[in-house]
Design a protein around this ligand. Structure first.
Ligand SMILES: Nc1nc2c(ncn2[C@@H]2O[C@H](COP(=O)(O)OP(=O)(O)OP(=O)(O)O)[C@@H](O)[C@H]2O)c(=O)[nH]1
Ligand SMILES: [Mg+2]
Length: 439
């Protein structure tokens, strides 16, 4: 297979998954192993079959090959042994390193960035999502001309024709990519204006907006569904969600919350508060910069929210690093100062020894003390507490909503958690005496 024949196409998911060898270079980061495992999940999500992995330790990447030439030969042998169709590096490769590696190994060599872009391309559903992915891919391709160009043509239905290789062709490609980037940006700007109008309309209705953020696979969509009875796509895949889904969330009025599970159709509340809750794209380590830029409109939802619910997979050993990554991206999109609660999800998957004594508490993060709540979106544990906390938070803002009169609350997880009421402050300011000590 030549270097031009990259197998990263959206159609590949339909075929038998091509085998891939994963390569991780350990520069001494913590959780190196978990990172490589994540690459395996990324590969599987993109429609590959990760059959083997190979690692090595280095102080710094080799400028030409990223790894040493001996290691490159080892990778080549391993790929042959397993019938691999491509090799995946966990770290971002420079265009030169990628080209040299492909020559040395004789197979397409891709990196994390490209595989994330590929997953986004496969997953994008909405017009906006597709445009955003297209822009990010075009920007990536602009730096790696020619070798990925044929792939781009397939994706775009042929935005240009290509003759033989050569300097002139590269210039032509560059111009065409530049034009395609401009066109895509213009189309995105139009979508962005529409989204701004929608957001203004929402603000005019004075609905508080609460947005889920968090590392990919943390359980945002599952939690969103559990709270809103929506059917957002949730799966054990990375980037299951790309498009933002927003739903109204009805919350009990203060004093009515206890004992209710908060589902508007199942509770006995007559009045309460309504907030708009958004589920959105997850973050990941080394999220390609172009993607953050391209997904600006989607991520803007988080920056404009009144409250961020930062969902964390508490059962993941690397969750602290994941939280740090989310914090970094939030800073990049201008959402660092939005009030934030930490929602430690997957409580059911925690071993007994790691279970917190209290579900509600707080945690120090980058000099900020943030409210923290443990929940399980899967079992429902802790959700009544989350609803009650949201309800208390929404109270001073004054929104009320009429809720249907219904039967008394059905059996809910709150009964088993009566000893653990939430005590989040309404304004969510650090140092509030109502915070419980760290769990
Ligand atoms: N054990 C356990 N698994 C959970 C829980 N919540 C979610 N999951 C699982 O975690 C996986 C990811 O869930 P999603 O809700 O798709 O996660 P997400 O954060 O929306 O992921 P992206 O959209 O990919 O960013 C799925 O397999 C869920 O079933 C939980 O409370 N406990
Ligand atoms: Mg999701």
């Amino acid at each position: 297979m030549t270097s031009n024949a990259s197998s990263f196409t959206s159609s590949r998911a339909a075929e038998a998954p091509p085998a891939a060898v994963l390569v991780g270079v350990d520069f001494g980061e913590p959780h190196f192993d978990a990172d490589l495992q994540e690459l395996g999940l990324l590969a599987a999500t993109a429609g590959l079959n990760p059959v083997a992995r190979i690692t090595c330790k280095r102080r710094a990447p080799d400028a030409a090959l990223f790894v040493g030439s001996g290691k490159a030969e080892e990778i080549r042998m391993l790929a042959i042994e397993h019938g691999a169709k491509e090799v995946l590096f966990d770290q971002a490769l420079s265009p030169v390193q990628q080209r040299n590696l492909e020559q040395a190994i004789g197979l397409p060599v891709n990196d994390r960035t490209l595989i994330i872009l590929d997953i986004f391309a496969q997953r994008a559903r909405s017009h906006e999502g597709k445009l955003q992915v297209e822009l990010a891919r075009l920007q990536y391709l602009a730096t790696r001309l020619v070798r990925r160009w044929s792939h781009l043509e397939r994706q775009q239905g042929g935005i240009g024709t290509r003759g033989g290789p050569g300097e002139t062709q590269i210039e032509l490609d560059r111009r065409m990519i530049g034009e395609a980037i401009k066109r895509t940006k213009e189309r995105l700007a139009k979508v962005k204006r529409q989204r701004q109008t929608q957001r203004r309309q929402r603000q005019r209705r004075e609905t508080l907006s609460v947005s889920f953020v968090g590392y990919t696979n943390a359980g945002k969509s599952t939690l969103f569904n559990a709270l809103t009875k929506a059917r957002a796509y949730a799966a054990d895949q990375l980037f299951a969600t790309l498009d933002t889904t927003t739903r109204q969330l009805y919350l009990a009025g203060a004093g009515e919350a206890s004992g209710a599970d908060g589902a508007s159709t199942e509770t006995g509340w007559t009045a309460g508060r309504v907030v708009s809750l958004s589920d959105t794209v997850g973050f990941i380590r080394d999220l390609p910069h172009g993607l953050i830029e391209a997904f600006e409109a989607t991520l803007q939802e988080a920056a404009d929210a009144d409250l961020l619910l930062h969902v964390v997979d508490a059962s993941n050993p690397g969750h602290l690093e994941q939280m740090d990554e989310v914090r970094r991206v939030l800073g990049e999109i201008g959402a660092a100062d939005v009030p934030q609660w930490l929602i430690f999800n997957k409580l059911d998957a925690l071993p007994e020894s790691q279970r917190p004594a209290q579900l509600a508490g707080s945690m120090e993060m980058e000099g900020r003390r943030l409210p923290r709540l443990f929940v399980s979106a899967r079992s429902g544990e802790g959700l009544p507490g989350l609803r009650a906390a949201l309800s208390e938070w929404a109270r001073p803002h004054g929104q009320t909503a009429r809720l249907p009169q219904a039967q008394p609350a059905s059996e809910s997880a709150s009964e088993t958690l009566g000893h653990n009421p939430p005590h989040f402050p309404s304004a969510c300011t650090p140092g509030d005496p109502r915070f419980l000590p760290d769990a």
